[in-house]
Design a protein around this ligand. Structure first.
Ligand code: FES
Ligand code: FES
Length: 127
């Protein structure tokens, strides 16, 4: 199975790799694992008080498609509102990266990680 050019580009030049301080009250952290393969993705969002995602970072221990999916996700969420970010679907990622069926769960990780990060942020704010 061949990786698409876009996957290879994100894999070679990952956007926004790294992490934020988890305890920052404007940072939401989502960590998800894929039962299919054991890969793990961490995605963090820095959200300002107007609910705009200002920055995003990821760390992914996994396959090329998971790395590309998380790299793409950090690009897509930047500048979006929380509601807009929640609308990002794994199928959008599949389409953009041209992922084959066996790699669809890699994109699901990215969607779930975005949702997990937003949930974590909202939990912090409601405390
Ligand atoms: Fe090998 Fe994900 S299955 S890295
Ligand atoms: Fe499991 Fe990509 S995340 S193969």
């Amino acid at each position: 199975m061949a990786y698409s050019d876009k996957v290879i580009d994100h894999y070679n030049n990952p956007r926004n790799m790294g992490s934020f301080d988890k305890s920052d009250e404007n940072v939401g952290t989502g960590i998800v694992g894929a039962p299919e393969c054991g890969d793990v993705m961490k995605l963090q969002l820095k959200i300002n008080d107007d609910g705009i995602i200002e920055e995003a970072k990821f760390k992914t221990f996994g396959c090329g498609s998971a790395i590309a999916s998380s790299s793409l996700a950090t690009e897509w969420v930047k500048g979006k509102t929380i509601d807009e970010a929640l609308k990002i679907k794994n199928t959008d990622i599949v389409q953009e990266l041209n992922l084959p069926p066996v790699k669809i769960h890699c994109s699901v990780l990215a969607e779930d990680a975005i949702k997990g990060a937003i949930q974590d942020y909202q939990d912090k704010k409601s405390r």
